[in-house]
Design a protein around this ligand. Structure first.
Ligand code: IDP
Ligand code: MG
Length: 131
C-alpha cells in the first residue's frame, strides 16, 4: 500500500486543529500508519526542504518551522500521495479549492497548515528523514 509523509505545520498546531486535520485523511479512507510530535532542527528541515535551498522564501520557511512543535504522519492507502495532496489543497490557501485543509485552515502561502509528499521518491525520502 502506498505511503506518504504529512507534516502538520506550526500554524495548524497553534490553531488546535490537529484532530480535525487527521480526521480529513481518515474520512477519505486513508490510515495513519505512524505518528510523531517533533520539534525540528534546522538540519532536518534542510534535508526535508532540500529542493528549496537558495530560494527567496527558504530562510523564512525555516524560521517558521524551526524549534516549533509539529506532527509528522505516515499516511497509508491506495494512491495516498495524490489523495493527500488533493485533501491538502493548493500551496497558496487563497487558491485552494473549497473544502481542502489549506482553504479551511491555511493562513498564507507560507503558513499553509500541512505538508504532503509530492511523489513516490519524495515520499520514501521524507519518511526516512522523519521516522
Ligand atoms: P507544497 O508544500 O504545496 O508542496 P512547495 O512549493 O514544495 O509547496 O513549497 C514548500 C513550502 O514552502 C510551502 O508549503 C510553503 O510553506 C512554502 N512556500 C512555498 N512557496 C512560497 C512562497 O512563494 N512564499 C513563502 N512560502 C512559500
Ligand atoms: Mg513540495
Amino acid at each position: 500500500m502506498e505511503k506518504t509523509l504529512v507534516l502538520i505545520k506550526p500554524d495548524a498546531m497553534k490553531k488546535n486543529i490537529i484532530g480535525k486535520i487527521i480526521s480529513m485523511y481518515e474520512e477519505k479512507g486513508l490510515v495513519i500508519e505512524d505518528c510523531k510530535m517533533v520539534v525540528p532542527s534546522r538540519n532536518i528541515l534542510e534535508k526535508h526542504y532540500e529542493e528549496h535551498i537558495g530560494k527567496d522564501f527558504f530562510e523564512d520557511l525555516i524560521k517558521f518551522m524551526e524549534g516549533e512543535k509539529i506532527i509528522a504522519l505516515v499516511v497509508k492507502g491506495e494512491n495516498s500521495i495524490s489523495i493527500v495532496r488533493q485533501i491538502n489543497g493548493a500551496t497558496d490557501p487563497s487558491k485552494a479549492d473549497p473544502g481542502t485543509i489549506r482553504y479551511l485552515y491555511g493562513t498564507d502561502i507560507q503558513q499553509n497548515a500541512v505538508h504532503g509528499s509530492a511523489n513516490k521518491d519524495d515520499a520514501k525520502r521524507e519518511i526516512k528523514i522523519w521516522f
